[in-house]
Ligand binder design. Structure first.
Ligand code: CO
Length: 212
């Protein structure tokens, strides 16, 4: 059977299963959404935010791109961020990187196809800013995983300086930014750091290593 047909069949089976468990499963979400989290993650097919957190439909507002990068001039992400924080009222924004990220690896290697190479400019900036530490890692695997971690840190700092987040912090809205990494090897999310309106961004240290 073609994979695309399998996808459709799986969808019908899932819908039937959810309805059998709870006849109100779909109806309760038709009127509006009230998610508590905005998830900013990598597009990688192995990193499925709803599944790894057992979120139900309506639980996570999601934005994904290659290497979970935050560009203040990315109109797509800024619209998602503004809507999540200022319209839906989410109080937690997560940036989640992951073990063995192909985008971060490509930034480390250089020379990816366009437009990927241009997209990865921020990840290469992270590499330049943490070159000493990345170079000191003994194996290629440890290099990419440490870059994954410091990339989450640096993107979280970019996030804290975007207009939607600055506006929320200035208005004393209860907003917390979380930096996490997901370990493909055991399915565990590992927290790295948090940023609130009280965080002094210039003093945020490099996070502890968790992907070893
Ligand atoms: Co990735």
């Amino acid at each position: 059977m073609k994979e695309i047909d399998q996808l459709m069949l799986a969808n019908r089976a899932w819908a039937a299963e959810m309805l059998a468990e709870n006849p109100d499963y779909f109806n309760r979400n038709v009127g509006a959404q009230k998610p508590v989290f905005l998830w900013i993650g990598c597009s990688d097919s192995r990193v499925a935010p709803d599944q790894m957190t057992q979120a139900v439909p309506g639980g996570l507002f999601v934005h994904r791109n290659i290497a979970n990068l935050v560009y203040p001039d990315d109109g797509n992400l800024m619209a998602v961020l503004h809507y999540a924080v200022h319209v839906l009222g989410v109080e937690n924004v997560v940036i989640c990187g992951h073990y063995g990220c192909g985008g971060v690896q490509a930034a480390l290697d250089g020379g990816a196809d366009q437009p990927i190479e241009d997209w990865l400019a921020h990840a290469r900036q992270v590499l330049d800013d943490h070159r000493d530490e990345i170079d000191a890692m003994p194996t290629p695997e440890e290099k990419v995983n440490r870059l994954v971690e410091v990339n989450v840190r640096d993107q979280l700092l970019h996030l804290a300086q975007t207009e939607p987040v600055k506006k929320a912090f200035e208005a004393d809205m209860p907003l917390t930014l979380h930096g996490w990494v997901y370990d493909l090897r055991d399915g565990h999310i590992k927290p790295l750091m948090r940023v609130t309106r009280d965080t002094v961004l210039a003093e945020v240290p490099r996070p502890e290593r968790v992907l070893v």
